[in-house]
Write a protein that binds this ligand. Structure first.
Ligand code: AMP
Ligand code: ZN
Length: 112
């Protein structure tokens, strides 16, 4: 946990979020500034800064995040129309919250 990290605060219940799913390993909540009709964030409970900070021991949580993103896409009705999974890495890669997350983005319909 990192005390000045907004996603750690959300996970600890110290900041609000619109949760779609949570368990002991990961949480999924709606993006406060969505860039598409569906835009949720898949976030590990462990404070990992980015893909750059991943270690071998994180293999299972990364797999779990991707599978959960797939399940949530289905739950939110965008599995068939299609969606993007995006992970920004580092400031130059567009990352602004330095707690690893996958953006699940979709809901435009059959074409964009
Ligand atoms: P990134 O630029 O990849 O680091 O993405 C961070 C994302 O977190 C942005 O799309 C923000 O809109 C989103 N975000 C930041 N603060 C919050 C918050 N308190 N609740 C939900 N989403 C947030
Ligand atoms: Zn954090």
């Amino acid at each position: 946990m990192s005390s000045d990290c907004i996603f750690c605060k959300i996970i600890k219940g110290e900041a609000p979020a619109d949760f779609v799913y949570k368990d002991e390993d990961l949480v999924v909540f709606r993006n406060i500034r969505p860039s598409a009709p569906v835009h949720v964030l898949v976030v590990p409970v462990e404070h990992i800064e980015s893909i750059n900070a991943l270690e071998e021991k994180h293999s299972s949580i990364i797999a779990k995040m991707i599978l959960k993103a797939r399940d949530i896409a289905k739950q939110l009705g965008i599995a068939d129309s299609g969606y993007k999974l995006v992970t920004n890495v580092g400031w130059g890669g567009g990352q602004r919250v330095f707690h690893l997350h996958i953006h699940l983005i979709g809901g435009w319909g059959k074409s964009i």
